[in-house]
Design a protein around this ligand. Structure first.
Ligand SMILES: Cc1ncc(COP(=O)(O)O)c(C=O)c1O
Length: 410
C-alpha cells in the first residue's frame, strides 16, 4: 500500500514542484480537471492587466502598431511551436479549435480533388465529426466521411482517401495514438493527415516535424491554461504554406489588408490563415500562461505525468478494488495525461467528489475523467483524491438524488 508519507516524499524531490506557485489554486481544492480548463496563472493576470492598462487604455488604437498587436497570432504561434515539435513560422494562434479544423479540412480537400473519402474515428469528439461532415458537403464534389473504428484504419485506407483526421489523445479514454506510424501509413496511400491536438498540446510530447504531419490544430484552454474559450491554434507544415488555401479568407489574411483591395491575395506564411481581428485580451492571457513553459521541459512534464497517472491507477487498484474499470491504457506509450474510470454511476460520483473538494469531470455515458497536469498537481493531491473517493464510495454519498441532477456542463 502506498502511504501519504511516500507521496509527500515524492513531492519533496519533484523538480517541477515550485511551478505550482505560478498558479492561483486553493489548497483546499484538488484540481484534476486541467484537461478541460486549466487554472489561472499569476503571469496571466499580470499580462492581461498590462494589456488593458497600458496597451489599450494608454495606447488606444496606436497599439495595433506600437504594441505589436497585429503580430500576436504568429508570435504566440512561435511560442507554442516548441511544445508540439513544429518549426518557427508553422503555427498560428487564432479562432477556436473547431474553426481551425474547418480551415484545415477545407484547404486539404482542395488539395486532393480526385479523391472522395475522409476517414475519421467513430469515437472522435463530436465537434470534429460535425465540422468534417459539413466541410465535406461543401467540397464541390461528392466526398463521404467515414467514421471508422481506429483499429480498422489500415484496411480502410485506399487511393480514394483524401484526408485522415484523428484526435491524437482520445478525450474519453485518454488513449494516445502513434502519430508517426499512422501519418506514414496515410502518406503511403497519398492521403493527407490532420491531427487534433486538443488533449496533447502541453500534455504529452508531440513532434509534428518528426511525424511529418501535414496539418494539426488544437486548443489552448486545457493543458496550456489560456483561459475559458481561449484561442485555438493551427499548424501547417512549411512545405504546404503558399499551397494550402484558407477556405475562410478575411481581410487580415490578405497580403496588404490596408490597401483595401477587393481581390483576395493571401499573405505569406501562416498569416494567410488569419481571417479576422485577433482577440488581443484573450491572446494576452495565453501569452502570460505560456511563460510557465520557460521553466519546464516537455520531458520533465511527461515523466511526472506518467508517475502521477501510475500512482492514481495503483491507488485505485489498491483502495477501490473491483469498483471501477480503468479504461485508460496501462501501457505508457498509449497513455495521455488523464485517467478515465468507468462506472455506471459515474456522473453522480463526480458530483459527490466535487462537493468533497476533488474536481474531475464526467463524459457520457459512464466515464469519470481525471486530468493530471504536472505543472501544479502534486503527488499528495493524488493520494488525497483517492482517499476522498474511498469515502464517497464507502458512505455511498453519491446516491443522494441531488447528485443525479444534470448540469449543462458535465
Ligand atoms: C478533441 C476535441 N476537439 C474539439 C473540441 C472543440 O473545441 P472548441 O470548442 O475550441 O471548438 C474539443 C473541446 O474540448 C475537443 O476536446
Amino acid at each position: 500500500m502506498i502511504t501519504r508519507d511516500e507521496c509527500h516524499a515524492l513531492d519533496a524531490t519533484d523538480e517541477l514542484a515550485p511551478l505550482r506557485r505560478e498558479f492561483r489554486l486553493d489548497d483546499k481544492v484538488i484540481y484534476l480537471d486541467g484537461n478541460s480548463l486549466g487554472p489561472v496563472c499569476e503571469r496571466t493576470r499580470a499580462r492581461v492587466q498590462e494589456t488593458i492598462d497600458q496597451e489599450w487604455a494608454e495606447g488606444l488604437v496606436t497599439s495595433w502598431n506600437a504594441a505589436g498587436w497585429m503580430a500576436t497570432p504568429t508570435r504566440l504561434g512561435n511560442r507554442l511551436a516548441a511544445l508540439i515539435g513544429a518549426r518557427s513560422g508553422e503555427v498560428l494562434v487564432a479562432d477556436t479549435l473547431t474553426f481551425c479544423l474547418a480551415k484545415l479540412i477545407g484547404g486539404a480537400l482542395d488539395q486532393r480533388p480526385d479523391r472522395h473519402v475522409v476517414l475519421t474515428d467513430a469515437a472522435n469528439f463530436h465537434s470534429d465529426i460535425y465540422i468534417v461532415e459539413a466541410m465535406a458537403k461543401r467540397a464541390g464534389r461528392p466526398v463521404t466521411v467515414k467514421a471508422i473504428r481506429r483499429e480498422a484504419l489500415t484496411q480502410e485506407l485506399d487511393d480514394d482517401v483524401a484526408l485522415v483526421m484523428l484526435t491524437h489523445v482520445d478525450y474519453r479514454t485518454g488513449e494516445m495514438l502513434d502519430m508517426k506510424d499512422i501519418t506514414s501509413k496515410v502518406h503511403a496511400l497519398g492521403a493527407l493527415m490532420l491531427w487534433d491536438l486538443a488533449h496533447s498540446a502541453g500534455a504529452v510530447p508531440v513532434d509534428l516535424t518528426d511525424a511529418d504531419a501535414d496539418f494539426a490544430a488544437g486548443c489552448t484552454y486545457k493543458y496550456l491554461n489560456g483561459g475559458p474559450g481561449a484561442p485555438g491554434f493551427l499548424y501547417v507544415r512549411s512545405s504546404w504554406q503558399g499551397v494550402l488555401e484558407n477556405p475562410l479568407p478575411g481581410w487580415l489574411g490578405h497580403a496588404r489588408p490596408f490597401d483595401f483591395e477587393l481581390v483576395y491575395e493571401p499573405a505569406q506564411g501562416m498569416q494567410a490563415f488569419v481571417t479576422s481581428s485577433p482577440s488581443i485580451i484573450a491572446l494576452a492571457a495565453l501569452d502570460g500562461a505560456l511563460d510557465v513553459w520557460d521553466h519546464a521541459t516537455m520531458s520533465q512534464v511527461r515523466a511526472k505525468s506518467l508517475a502521477l497517472t501510475d500512482l492514481f491507477i495503483q491507488l485505485v487498484d489498491e483502495r477501490l478494488p473491483g469498483q471501477f474499470d480503468v479504461v485508460t491504457p496501462l501501457d505508457h506509450a498509449l497513455r495521455g495525461s488523464q485517467v478515465s474510470l468507468r462506472h455506471s454511476d459515474g456522473y453522480a460520483i463526480i458530483q459527490a467528489l466535487i462537493e468533497s473538494g476533488v474536481i474531475g469531470d464526467f463524459r457520457a455515458p459512464d466515464i469519470c475523467r481525471f486530468g493530471f497536469t504536472p505543472l501544479y498537481v502534486r503527488y499528495i493531491d493524488v493520494y488525497e483524491a483517492v482517499d476522498r473517493m474511498v469515502e464517497v464510495m464507502a458512505v455511498g454519498s453519491f446516491r443522494d438524488p441531488r447528485f443525479a441532477v444534470r448540469h449543462a456542463v458535465t
